[in-house]
Ligand binder design. Structure first.
Ligand SMILES: *Cc1c(COP(=O)(O)O)cnc(C)c1O
Length: 370
């Protein structure tokens, strides 16, 4: 019997679920003759702002661009330092480099994989301008403590919410706690477009005006460039698809949480660490990440049985040639060696999940026999 590969994420499953609505949205845009920054983008920005309960939401070209625009709107550039975890996706750090600023890598809290507040103050210098807190895997960083530190040291706080749309901290949606929240709509994210897309949210009107300008050549309403900007616009096709999917986001996140609970109940007795949930925070399980010292043999075993698990992330950013730094980050290095992301996505079949759970049990039973 030929078994299809079970992948870590599956954006096609979500398209199939809402195919009629998405096809209609796409046709509508094609027939409208307006393809960039039109009514769909405006409506999506409003709906996203309502969903997150934040005054301003601005669409842009990608999650990376959202971070770049956030940094530029806060006047962070050459020579400024930005505190950031090394255990994150490359774009978090790429954005800092794009504006000419310097990433200051700090360690993570081992159980949560998010920036360790205790390490932030130590990393502060006279040149530090901002902290980027990454809500990794779908769960909030210790954002209350981090916001306190930012306030005390007069630093801007940017939330990288690329993996955590819909997640909350003390009932507040992530992205609305710091100065600016940045989102990605890359197809595999919890709210995924059919190409690249991103958004920036904030509470300050002047900041929103500036971000709006910066995303389109620095133009004011008369198409006069007030300052040098970039081209990072959300297009109408993406916005139309995102509007459909935003309606179902809470439901999709619930499905993710349900699948995560089943994994945790079924794998908890095995010699691997299952995710822990932060008190006061709601996890939206962009990724279901376990830790095991047998990571590399387990991932091979799963692959031999048609299951593609993932590693997020195998190489800490401070070890990559582009961003190399001599800095001791023990929790980060340990996580990089042990993390494994199991397949989890809305629309995943119960049978697939059962099959994966059974495989992992078999793997550890075989280990005991060795
Ligand atoms: C996906 C992602 C981004 C950037 O998103 P793009 O849309 O791919 O530019 C930034 N930060 C994190 C943590 C991400 O996972």
């Amino acid at each position: 019997m030929q078994i299809d590969m079970i992948t870590c994420a599956n954006p096609l499953a979500q398209y199939m679920e809402y195919k009629k609505r998405i096809d209609a949205a796409v046709s509508g845009v094609l027939a409208s003759g307006r393809y960039i920054l039109g009514d769909e983008v405006k409506a999506f920005e409003q709906e996203l702002a309502v969903y997150l309960d934040v005054p301003y939401a601005i669409g842009c070209g990608s999650g990376t661009d959202a971070l770049v625009l956030a940094l530029r709107a806060l006047d962070i550039g050459t020579g400024d330092e930005v505190i950031v975890p090394s255990h994150t996706a490359v774009p978090t750090v790429a954005a800092i480099a794009i504006v000419g600023a310097i990433p200051r890598f700090v360690d993570i809290e081992p159980g949560f994989f998010t920036i360790d507040p205790a390490c932030i103050e130590v990393a502060c210098s006279a040149n530090t301008k901002a902290i980027i807190a990454v809500h990794l895997y779908g769960q909030s960083a210790a954002i209350g403590d981090i916001a306190d530190i930012a306030r005390r040291h007069n630093l801007y706080l940017i939330e990288d919410c690329a993996q955590a749309i819909g997640a909350t901290y003390q009932g507040k949606k992530l992205g609305t706690i710091g100065d600016i929240g940045c989102f990605s709509f890359f197809p595999t994210k919890n709210l995924g477009a059919i190409g690249d897309g991103g958004a920036i949210v904030c509470k300050d009107q002047l900041l929103a005006t500036r971000i709006n300008r910066l995303r389109q050549y620095g133009w004011n309403n008369d198409r006069i460039s007030e300052e040098p900007g970039i081209n990072s616009r959300l297009d109408e096709l993406q916005a139309a698809v995102l509007r459909v999917k935003l309606e179902f986001l809470d439901n999709a996140n619930k499905q993710r949480k349900h699948l995560a609970d089943i994994y945790s109940q079924s794998l908890g007795q095995l010699p691997l660490s299952i995710p822990i949930e932060r008190a006061e925070a709601e996890h939206v399980y962009h990724l279901y990440v376990v830790q095991t010292g047998y990571r590399d043999t387990l991932i091979e075993f799963l692959k031999e049985h048609s299951v593609n698990a993932g590693i997020h992330y195998a190489t800490p950013i401070h070890k990559m040639p582009a961003f190399k730094r001599e800095v001791a980050l023990p929790a980060t290095e340990k996580a990089a060696a042990m993390v494994l992301s199991l397949p989890l996505y809305p629309g995943m079949e119960m049978e697939s999940q059962k099959y994966i759970i059974k495989l992992i049990h078999t793997f550890f039973e075989n280990k005991l026999l060795e």
